[in-house]
Design a binder for this molecule. Structure first.
Ligand SMILES: [Zn+2]
Length: 351
């Protein structure tokens, strides 16, 4: 596990951000009952979920600190979806949010983009699932340790799908989440690259299964982003290494998930003025996902050849620290999972 969320201190607090300037102020209700939305679009993200809190937060689990700080539990994610829905949010795809065409929504509804980072599932039997699978055409979460078990209650995507089945109006125009994957240990629980160090036969089997899964996810409306092949932190990665990272992504991951213009900076760490971004741009990336409640720097907002989009993290740390800043989205106190080993009153940050 490799992530330490980095949030610009000033950024962590400062209100909503404009993802795109949508609409032109029309508030008249048309015959179809829809109104043109004329506000900011929220963007939130989570990592893979902790479903087994006893295992994930056990004192002898060396990952428990990371699981607590950087992840939601399955119960919390379910509460988050309920809260967002009750507060009038509807899920729009990142592509739709990037489109300058006006969004027309039912009166009182507000658009929201969701992304999921990592989803590698390289922590078998520590409280997260092993992989996502398709069963009878439905996206499910799957574990094989102890006994084979498949549900729709333990991971963000399976929970989101069952939520949309119950509340179809939560998904605007079929919108789904953007999944930001790496490559060094495969994606979505499938060991599809040589770095996974599995047999050639296993790799081939996983590639075939993963292609089928991804095709169904894309059919449903999910989109994919590069979270860099090696989960490379921008500031500590040389230009040569970043070049290799992009080449690895293009060689091993792009054939599975397809071309994408979206690059999600690991831990949000980035410098939009760095020449290293030119490497990403040469590989076709021009939408950059960052971390924080922030509108971006002047340089980022005025950038002509790239979009910088800030996302609010949802994890243990954010639930504890950003209750006021997130109140319009959800009551973080109400959804906080008391099975965490840290109380809601704990005030430690990401480091
Ligand atoms: Zn990450």
């Amino acid at each position: 596990m490799r992530r330490v969320l980095w949030i610009v201190a000033a950024a962590a607090i400062a209100g909503c951000f404009a993802l795109s300037s949508l609409g032109c102020g029309g508030v008249a209700i048309a015959d179809d009952g829809l109104v043109e939305y004329d506000g900011d679009i929220e963007h939130i993200f989570t990592h893979e979920l902790v479903y087994d809190t006893a295992k994930a937060f056990a004192p002898d689990n060396r990952l428990r600190d990371c699981f607590d700080k950087d992840h939601l539990t399955a119960k919390e994610f379910g509460g988050l979806l309920d809260g967002l829905y009750d507060n009038g949010y509807v899920l729009v795809s990142l592509d739709r949010a990037l489109d300058d065409a006006p969004l027309r929504l039912p009166t009182g509804k507000k658009p929201l983009v969701i992304s999921f980072d990592d989803m590698t599932y390289d922590t078998v039997d520590r409280g997260c699932i092993d992989k996502l699978v398709l069963v009878d055409g439905k996206l499910c979460d799957h574990t094989e340790h102890e006994q084979t078990h498949t549900t729709r209650e333990r991971e963000n995507i399976s929970l989101l799908e069952s939520f949309i089945e119950r509340h179809p109006d939560f998904s605007y125009d079929g919108g789904r989440a953007t999944v930001c994957v790496n490559g060094y240990n495969g994606i979505l629980g499938y060991r599809i690259t040589p770095d996974c160090k599995v047999s050639a036969q296993r790799m081939q089997t996983d590639i075939e299964q993963c292609k089928t899964l991804v095709a169904e996810m894309k059919r449903l409306g999910y989109t994919f982003a590069s979270h860099t092949y090696y989960h490379s932190y921008f500031d500590s990665t040389s230009a040569a290494r970043l070049e290799k990272d992009c080449a690895q992504w293009q060689r091993y991951i792009e054939p599975i998930v397809g071309k994408t213009r979206v690059l999600c900076y690991p831990a949000g760490r980035h410098d939009a003025k760095s020449a290293k971004n030119g490497i990403f741009k040469r590989y076709g990336f021009d939408v950059f996902l960052c971390v924080g409640s922030y509108g971006g720097t002047d340089h980022e907002r005025n950038c002509k050849d790239a979009r910088y989009i800030y996302r609010k993290p949802f994890d243990g740390t954010a639930l504890r620290l950003y209750g006021k800043q997130y109140a319009h989205l959800v009551d973080t106190r109400a959804i906080y999972d008391e099975k965490r080993f840290r109380p809601f009153s704990y005030k430690g940050g990401y480091h």
